[in-house]
Design a protein around this ligand. Structure first.
Ligand code: SF4
Ligand code: SF4
Length: 394
């Protein structure tokens, strides 16, 4: 959809624009026809539309403007997205918008965390974390962010990393952060359960979609988080967006998003939005969350395809004699082929420090994927990016 066409239809549907906290509708309910559905974000006091904006791959302020004018309130970025350009773009756009009318969430990934084990090292310091956070604040041109996540934690050791947690609590005391949280793409249930036990966290951002193979465990953790008063935000809601590498079979985005929202303990979602037609779909779901029987059947049928989404269950890892970080490699594959974002794939590959063609020593693959991925084929394919200089694709 062209930008102009979007603004014609999108802004006409923007009657739901409200300042946060007003015109709230009961959590989990459907509003009157055409109005935005809100839920409380745990005990934060924020009430947000069930759909927010995952800005990660978008550098287009017109898209952000259209989302804001269409009624979205929360915009989610991270220190590392687009080498900082994502935060800069949001900072420029929101510099003229009343600060209390939107919610800005960003994430900082602690330095020195081992991507295979999720464990910290001596480089994982509060000093490095705070230095990145301060840079984020200056890029965003803001005095504070509403939510600061420790980015991509996957171990108890990181959830309870004394120095980083203390630094985050201090930022909250200083008013530079309103709420603290953790984002997690791996061992999510463990991370969320630990957060709920510790009682200091305001929000969790978790990977969650209809293709997860350990959903019961994740659902239980989400219920526990909500019962503990934490806000629950879902990402990776579209499960990679496509079912095949060639992008001939798309995931039904509307159905996938409604499926996530059908869990009343998911308070809002951050689908990644890079185009006006995606935004239009997300704004529609924001006002009509009911998953139809036809959509349910379609998701059930789609789930039988391997697809592009690896839910990081790590079941394959013990079968690999080379101890490859397979979940991270599969995520890089999804970024490259599902998101068509080679830069993100390349950044993730460089974190794993794998060499090009890491499967060369195996005639056949002894690791097996619960989703039926051909691991050797996919890893050999994505690892080619290791030899491509980052500045050619960023
Ligand atoms: S082919 Fe690759 S993923 Fe499979 S066992 Fe060998 S090194 Fe591991
Ligand atoms: S590749 Fe398959 S088995 Fe391995 S972590 Fe991903 S979904 Fe699980």
């Amino acid at each position: 959809m062209k930008r102009r066409t979007f603004f014609r239809s999108g802004i006409a549907g923007a009657a739901g624009i409200t300042v946060l906290g007003s015109s709230a509708i009961a959590p989990g309910s459907r509003s009157d026809e055409g109005e935005i559905v809100y839920r409380a974000l745990g005990k934060t006091g924020l009430r947000l539309p069930v759909v927010s904006f995952g800005v990660m791959r978008s550098d287009n302020p017109s898209l952000v403007r259209a989302a804001y004018e269409g009624g979205m309130k929360m915009f989610d970025t991270a220190h590392g997205y687009m080498n900082g350009r994502n935060e800069e773009m949001l900072g420029n756009y929101f510099s003229t918008i009343p600060r209390e009318s939107f919610v800005l969430a960003t994430k900082v990934k602690p330095a020195g965390v081992d991507s295979r084990t999720g464990l910290p090292s001596k480089e994982t310091t509060a000093e490095a974390f705070l230095s990145m956070f301060n840079l984020s604040l200056s890029r965003l041109k803001m005095d504070y962010v509403d939510i600061l996540y420790m980015h991509s934690a996957e171990s108890v050791e990181m959830v309870r990393h004394k120095e980083i947690v203390r630094a985050m609590l201090d930022l909250k005391k200083q008013g530079k952060v309103r709420f603290i949280g953790i984002s997690t793409h791996k061992n999510e249930a463990l991370v969320i359960n630990t957060m709920a036990e510790d009682g200091i966290w305001d929000v969790v951002l978790t990977s969650y979609n209809y293709r997860h193979t350990y959903r019961a465990e994740l659902d239980d953790a989400i219920d526990k988080a909500a019962a503990a008063g934490m806000g629950v935000v879902a990402m990776k809601t579209m499960a990679g967006g496509w079912l095949d590498r060639e992008r001939t079979k798309p995931v039904n985005a509307r159905a996938a998003l409604r499926w996530v929202i059908s869990n009343p303990n998911v308070h809002t979602t951050i689908p990644g939005i890079t185009a006006f037609d995606q935004l239009e779909t997300d704004l529609t779901v924001m006002k009509d969350i009911a998953l139809t029987d036809e959509e349910k059947s379609e998701l059930v049928a789609d789930a039988s395809f391997p697809g592009l989404f690896c839910n990081a269950c790590s079941n394959c890892v013990p079968g690999c004699p080379n101890n490859l970080p397979i979940p991270e490699l599969m995520r890089a594959y999804m970024y490259a082929y599902g998101y068509r974002n080679a830069a993100m794939a390349s950044e993730l590959l460089s974190e794993t420090a794998v060499k090009a063609d890491p499967c060369a020593s195996c005639k056949t693959c002894s690791a097996s994927c619960v989703r039926g991925f051909d691991l050797k084929d996919k890893i050999s394919d994505i690892a080619r990016l290791v030899n491509v200089p980052y500045d050619l694709i960023a």
